[in-house]
Design a protein around this ligand. Structure first.
Ligand SMILES: Cc1cc2nc3c(=O)[nH]c(=O)nc-3n(C[C@H](O)[C@H](O)[C@H](O)COP(=O)(O)OP(=O)(O)OC[C@H]3O[C@@H](n4cnc5c(N)ncnc54)[C@H](O)[C@@H]3O)c2cc1C
Length: 357
C-alpha cells in the first residue's frame, strides 16, 4: 500500500488507491515515461493535469497514472502582428492568461482564472464568457498511444467544438504535450458575452484593453465561486457539472419567455442555461443534495463535495438530477466532467447522463 490516491490528484478530492504516479516535469523525459508504461505491459496510462474536470473512481486505478507538470512558454513574434505562443502541457492555464494580459496579448483573456492545465484545454475546448481555445489554437503536439508516434495536429485536425474535441471522442489515445496558440497584440478580442460586455460598459463586440477584460472576468468568477480557492467552502468542485443543453429555436423562444437564459454557442447552436433548469427541479444554491454533496452557495450548476462524499454518490446525484430535469422539462442534460479510473489501460468514460433503470 503506497498511500497514493486519485483523491490527491483531483479537485473533488475523490477517488481511490493508485500506485505512485509518474510525474513529468521535464518534457525531455517523455520517452522514458512511454517506456515505463510499456514495460509495465500497459497500452497507455491515465493522464491527468490538475484533475479539475474529472470524477475519479472510488476503486482507484489499477494502471499507471501520469501527471503532466511540464511548464514553460516560448513566444515567437510574427510579421503580421501576432504572437505564436507554444506552451508546455502542464503549464497552468490561469498562468498563461496572466502572462498574456501582462504582455497585452489578446485572444484568451476570457479564460482568465479557469483552473487546470493548458494540455487539458484542447480536450474539452475549454471556454468561458463566449471565448474558447478553438478561437486561438494554431496547432498542438500529441503522443499517439495507438501508433507510438509524436504527431503535430493543426487546429482543424483537433475537431474542436463546444466543450468537445476528437480527444473526447477517443479518450486516452492522445496525450497532448504542447499547445501553440496565436495571440494578437492590441485590445481584447471582441467581447461576445452580453453580461460581460454590460459589466465592462461596452456594446457586445466592443474591444476594451486586455487587462480590463481579465480583471472583469476574474471579479465575476470570484463572485460566482469559480476561482478555485483550496481553502474556501467551494474548494472541492469541478466547476459546472452539466453542459448547457442545445435547444431548437422554438424551444429557445419558449424557455426565454419562461425566464431561462439562452445563448448561442461558438458552433452557432442555441443553448439553455443548465443552472436555471436545475433550479426548476429544486437544486438551489447552498442546498444539501445528498450525503456529502451540496450545491455551491453561489450557483446551482456547481456541486461541491464534503465529508462523506464518494465518486459513486456524486455520479448518482448527476444521473438523478438529469433524470429529474428530463422528467420536468423534456431537456436532456449531459455531465461535463469525465469519469476516470478503473482497469489498467481502460478508457476514461463519460458520466452516465441518465439514471439506469
Ligand atoms: C472552479 C472551476 C471552474 C471551471 N471553469 C471552467 C470554465 O469556465 N470553462 C471550462 O471549459 N472548464 C471549466 N472548468 C473545468 C476545468 O477547469 C477544465 O476542463 C480544464 O481544462 C481541465 O484541466 P485539468 O488539467 O484539470 O484536466 P484534468 O481534469 O486533469 O483532465 C481532464 C480530462 O483531460 C484529460 N487530460 C488531461 N491532461 C491531458 C493531456 N495533456 N493530454 C490529453 N488528455 C489530457 C484527462 O485524462 C481527462 O480526461 C472549471 C473547473 C473548476 C474546478
Amino acid at each position: 500500500m503506497t498511500g497514493n490516491t486519485l483523491a490527491d490528484l483531483t479537485t473533488l478530492r475523490l477517488g481511490g488507491p493508485i500506485a505512485e504516479p509518474l510525474r513529468l516535469h521535464d518534457p525531455g523525459h517523455w520517452p522514458e515515461l512511454v517506456r515505463t508504461v510499456h514495460h509495465r505491459g500497459e497500452r497507455r496510462p491515465l493522464v491527468l493535469g490538475h484533475g479539475s474536470n474529472v470524477i475519479a473512481a472510488d476503486a482507484g486505478h489499477a494502471g499507471t497514472v501520469a501527471v503532466l507538470d511540464t511548464r514553460g512558454i516560448t513566444a515567437e513574434e510574427r510579421d503580421d502582428g501576432t504572437v505564436l505562443a507554444t506552451v508546455q502541457a502542464g503549464h497552468p492555464l490561469a498562468d498563461l492568461t496572466a502572462w498574456a494580459a501582462a504582455e497585452r496579448l489578446a485572444g484568451i483573456e476570457c479564460l482568465a482564472g479557469v483552473p487546470g492545465t493548458v494540455g487539458a484545454a484542447p480536450v474539452q475546448n475549454t471556454g468561458a464568457y463566449g471565448q474558447q481555445l478553438s478561437d486561438v489554437l494554431d496547432h498542438l503536439t500529441a503522443w499517439d498511444w495507438d501508433t507510438g508516434l509524436l504527431r503535430t495536429l493543426p487546429a482543424r485536425a483537433c475537431r474542436l467544438r463546444h466543450r468537445h474535441s476528437r480527444f473526447k471522442d477517443d479518450p486516452g489515445r492522445w496525450t497532448v504535450l504542447t499547445v501553440t496558440v496565436r495571440l494578437t497584440r492590441g485590445p481584447a478580442a471582441p467581447v461576445a458575452h452580453r453580461p460581460l460586455a454590460e459589466e465592462l460598459g461596452v456594446r457586445p463586440g466592443g474591444r476594451p484593453p486586455v487587462a480590463e477584460v481579465t480583471r472583469a472576468v476574474l471579479a465575476d468568477r470570484r463572485r460566482r465561486g469559480l476561482l478555485l480557492d483550496p481553502h474556501g467552502h467551494d474548494a472541492r468542485q469541478v466547476g459546472s457539472v452539466f453542459l448547457n443543453p442545445p435547444v431548437t429555436a422554438a424551444a429557445a423562444a419558449r424557455w426565454s419567455a419562461a425566464g431561462c437564459p439562452v445563448r448561442p454557442d461558438s458552433d452557432g447552436r442555441l443553448r439553455a442555461s443548465a443552472g436555471w433548469l436545475l433550479e426548476r427541479v429544486g437544486c438551489r444554491p447552498g442546498h444539501r443534495i445528498a450525503e456529502g454533496i451540496r450545491c455551491s452557495p453561489h450557483r446551482a450548476l456547481t456541486l461541491t463535495a464534503h465529508d462523506g462524499a464518494t465518486a459513486s454518490g456524486f455520479t448518482r446525484v448527476l444521473a438523478d438530477l438529469a433524470a429529474r430535469v428530463e422528467a420536468a422539462t423534456g431537456v436532456v442534460l449531459h455531465p461535463e466532467p469525465v469519469a476516470v479510473g478503473g482497469a489498467p489501460g481502460g478508457r476514461p468514460g463519460t458520466v452516465a447522463a441518465r439514471r439506469a433503470h
